[in-house]
Design a protein around this ligand. Structure first.
Ligand code: ADP
Ligand code: MG
Length: 387
């Protein structure tokens, strides 16, 4: 990466402002999955080892006000568990934050409350950026999953402090670039999820660089309907039918295989019963909720023979166990493949069954939207902003 990382300069005896992405799902005060917290620990430990103090900040969710259910306090407790030291939790940026940061000694760690509690954050407000910057001497960005956001704590702050990439950010960039820059062919992309709108950029890009794009999830339903196939009560984005048609046309003109499911796990919405059914045979009260066994077999075949795999988005409504199989099985096929593989997206990662499956994947990205935009554009605004 063409930006300085924390390894490139000797950062020691400094008050380091560390932007992390601790945007995890918290349900009733409990952290559901702390991958993003765990993956930031190496950077924190490295900076502590070099006699720095830390002022860590992150956002959580999309607060409209100072919503206590979106407090980072549970994260402070989780960090204490992983680091075995006390974390000073500061719940606002007013005077006491700057007083406390002035008194920091090497090894001390402050976690600031959800940075999006400040209305200026998402507007990249300059005075907020300056205020945060005034708390420390150096800025380290380790929040890969937030780097597509032009906010005060990701981009604005870099104007005021020497800034570096953290170890997680550097690893994400290195792994993704390595896979994407000169990908070995055949490149196979698996794209699923609910909304075409979120994934148009990725699909377009993959039509250029992949030989095969395998579609699943709600996205595939819209493509099926665009081709005039009956999809009954399946989730479809009516407003995107024309986009789907033009992507089908683009695929054909680029000679990229854009492949749609051949069967589905189909729910009879009247009777509540589920059965596998070939696409084309759907009745009006039925809905495609996952890819079916024939599609799993077909798609797995492509994955086994791939040299590069890009995977984003679930193949079905995986939150329900009976519709989780398609996503799970294709992730296993990806893990078993010899290909270099990158997999990302909050919902996608949730379908990795166990550690062994995870180990077979070359790079599991902490980024959802950030990973998509990185694949599409090759960089992200908050990475470009590092100096
Ligand atoms: P990611 O977070 O991995 O990028 P998305 O957010 O794009 O994935 O999509 C995840 C959502 O898509 C899930 O909530 C899932 O239930 C939904 N989904 C996928 N396939 C279907 C389907 N066939 N019908 C209804 N919802 C679906
Ligand atoms: Mg999602």
């Amino acid at each position: 990466m063409n930006k300085k990382t924390v390894l490139d300069d000797k950062i020691s005896n400094k008050r380091v402002i560390l932007r992390a992405d601790f945007n995890v799902t918290i349900d009733d005060g409990k952290i559901i999955d702390d991958t993003r917290v765990r993956n930031t620990i190496p950077t924190i430990k490295y900076l502590l080892k070099n006699h720095n103090s830390l002022i860590i900040l992150s956002h959580l969710g999309r607060p409209k006000f100072e919503d206590p259910t979106l407090s980072l306090y549970p994260i402070a407790k989780r960090l204490e568990k992983y680091l075995g030291r006390h974390i000073i939790f500061i719940n606002h940026l007013r005077e006491d934050a700057s007083k406390k940061t002035k008194r920091l000694k090497p090894g001390d760690i402050i976690l600031l409350e959800n940075v999006r509690f400040h209305p200026g954050e998402e507007k990249n407000d300059d005075s907020l950026a300056r205020q945060i910057a005034s708390l420390g001497d150096v800025f380290v960005n380790d929040a890969f999953a937030s780097c597509h956001r032009v906010h005060s704590s990701t981009v604005g702050i870099t104007k005021y402090l020497p800034s570096y990439a953290g170890l997680l950010l550097a690893k994400e960039v290195k792994s993704l670039s390595h896979t994407l820059d000169h990908p070995k062919r055949p490149v196979v992309s698996v794209i699923g999820g609910a909304k075409i709108i979120d994934k148009i950029g990725l699909i377009k890009k993959q039509l250029d660089c992949a030989q095969t794009v395998l579609l699943g999830g709600g996205i595939a339903n819209t493509f099926l309907k665009a081709k005039g196939i009956m999809v009954g009560k399946s989730l479809v984005e009516e407003a995107c039918l024309n986009i789907a048609r033009s992507l089908l046309f683009e695929a054909a003109s680029k000679h990229t295989a854009l492949i749609l499911p051949i069967d589905g796990m189909v729910l009879n919405t009247k009777l509540g019963k589920v059965h596998p059914l070939e696409i084309g045979n759907l009745q009006k009260d039925e809905a495609i909720m996952d890819i079916g066994p024939l599609t799993i077999e077909l798609y797995s075949e492509y994955l086994v023979n791939a040299q590069t795999i890009i995977f984003n988005g679930p193949m079905g409504k995986y939150e329900e166990k009976r519709f989780a199989k398609g996503t799970k099985q294709l992730i296993v096929a990806t893990s078993n493949s010899q290909a270099l593989s990158v997999l990302g997206g909050g919902d996608t990662i949730a379908s990795i069954a166990n550690k062994k499956v995870a180990e077979g994947i070359t790079h599991i990205s902490t980024g959802g939207g950030a990973m998509l935009e990185f694949i599409e554009k090759g960089s992200l605004p908050a990475i470009d902003a590092l100096n």
